[in-house]
Design a protein around this ligand. Structure first.
Ligand code: AVJ
Ligand code: FE
Length: 444
């Protein structure tokens, strides 16, 4: 019917858009030598990510959704992320860039040919609301963000358009932090046809009153932590964090270096002074935690982050985004690789939550203090290796999406996770603290 045709049109357009993005980061950006090279042991060769998204699309859309015959079952094992750790992928007999391009195009033709026949039904199965298509679209965008992290680690001349804004982002005045009153809110979602298993099901969470910063931490604020000797003072660090900092000799976020008195950074092959107003990125969980403790604050829990991002005090409802239920536009948030950098901390007043918290979506992924686990009632869907195998206490949750995240691959319920030592991702943070006992609001 008509609604389902609109879903199909959207799917075809999103599939086309994400492939254009992937090719802009691979076969249109770099020569064969750079595509097959290992730019960092933390990352795959770019040609692996590129063929992996095609193989995932074959497995989920050609085979599972449309029930079609396999095209290249022989390569599944090469592109299985669990069989092959990132550092080893360069040694595999991978498809060459041109072969990968042909393979991905063949898979895509089969998907588009079958799209008409696949039901976009109701219910909770693979097809509900186009779920499995949405999953494949998001998956490719997530790998594009990963490929951007590889580009950032790569040495050599710039190959990506900078997209830097002409002038500084406007930062209209607003509160430093807001009070979120005590009380219940709805966390997670049951019905969103884009939501992964780890965002489900929706459930009520009661939180005491807390205060949360209205903006992410800026480079200037992080420089103040550095200047105050924060990286050299074990008082601010957890034991595990201090060990990480000491073994690695960490003195600043990744990609920063000093030129005399000036902090400089390398960004996609260009060198520039660290812009003080920009949201800080490329920090590990440990650095975020230490900065917060030095500042007399703490990181928000994941639930605190989500309540600040979704809870509407007027109705008590949880929304899809801080600004409401409408899809993000350039007015709301810095998403979708429109530029290769975060914006100024405090920008995007039009994307603020009802309580006035800005930039919860976009700019930088925000570390939370929460260890990644399933919500009450979690069921792995459609496969355990998306989320469930990571519920092992080794990962912290990040929220909100970065400048590199496509709008389809984040929302108020979206959960990302990584090891607390990782910082090649576009990770920053914001500060929070308990409310004083006399400012509890509801129920206090
Ligand atoms: C959700 C970003 C942690 O990159 O490991 C990609 C996304 N899962 N392919 C990752 C993912 C399978 C995942 N993160
Ligand atoms: Fe993947």
């Amino acid at each position: 019917d008509h609604d389902h045709d609109r879903v199909r049109e959207r799917i075809a357009a999103e599939l086309e858009a994400v492939r254009r993005r992937s090719e802009g980061l691979t076969v249109h950006a770099l020569d064969e030598g750079e595509l097959v090279a290992q730019h960092s042991p933390l990352m795959s060769p770019l040609v692996w990510d590129y063929a992996h998204v095609g193989n995932y699309e074959e497995q989920w859309l050609v085979r599972a959704a449309a029930g079609g015959d396999a095209l290249r079952p022989d390569i599944d094992v090469l592109y299985d992320a669990f069989e092959n750790p990132r550092a080893d992928r360069v040694e595999l007999p991978l498809l060459r860039p041109e072969e990968a391009r042909d393979y991905n195009a063949r898979v895509r033709r089969r998907v588009l040919d079958s799209l008409e026949r696949v039901p976009m039904g109701e219910g909770s199965g693979l097809g509900a609301g186009g779920f499995v298509y949405n999953m494949v679209i998001q998956h490719e965008h997530q790998h594009d963000e990963t490929m951007l992290a590889t580009h950032q680690l790569r040495k050599g001349d710039p190959v990506l358009p900078d997209g830097a804004p002409d002038g500084p982002d406007p930062v209209p005045p607003g509160p430093e932090e807001v009070l979120v009153p005590a009380g219940p809110f709805t966390m997670g979602t049951t019905a969103d046809p884009w939501a992964y298993d780890n965002e489900r099901p929706s459930h009520t969470v009661h939180l005491p009153a807390y205060r949360i910063a209205a903006r992410p931490v800026s480079n200037a604020a992080h420089m103040a932590f550095i200047d105050a000797g924060g990286y050299d003072d074990p008082r601010w660090w957890t034991e595990e964090g201090w060990r990480w900092r000491s073994e690695g000799g960490k003195t600043a976020p990744a990609f920063w270096f000093r030129d005399g008195d000036t902090w400089m950074r390398r960004r996609f092959g260009r060198v520039e002074p660290v812009p003080p107003e920009e949201a800080v990125q490329h920090v590990s969980f440990h650095e975020a935690q230490a900065h917060a403790r030095w500042a007399g604050m703490r990181l928000p829990t994941e639930a605190e982050w989500e309540k600040a991002a979704r809870w509407d005090p007027a109705t008590g409802r949880s929304r899809r985004y801080p600004w409401g239920d409408e899809e993000p536009t350039g007015r709301h948030a810095n998403l979708g690789q429109r530029r290769l950098r975060p914006s100024a901390a405090g920008a995007f007043p039009d994307g603020a939550s009802p309580l006035g918290v800005r930039q919860l979506i976009g700019d930088v992924w925000e570390w939370t203090s929460t260890v990644f686990h399933g919500y009450p009632g979690f069921t792995a869907f459609p496969y355990r290796e998306y989320s469930e195998v990571f519920f092992d206490d080794g990962y912290r949750v990040l929220r909100g999406g970065s400048w590199a995240t496509d709008p389809t691959a984040t929302r108020g319920t979206f959960r990302n996770w990584d090891h607390p030592i990782r910082r090649q991702i576009f990770s920053g943070f914001r500060l929070a603290r308990d409310a004083a006992p006399d400012e509890g609001g509801v129920g206090a």
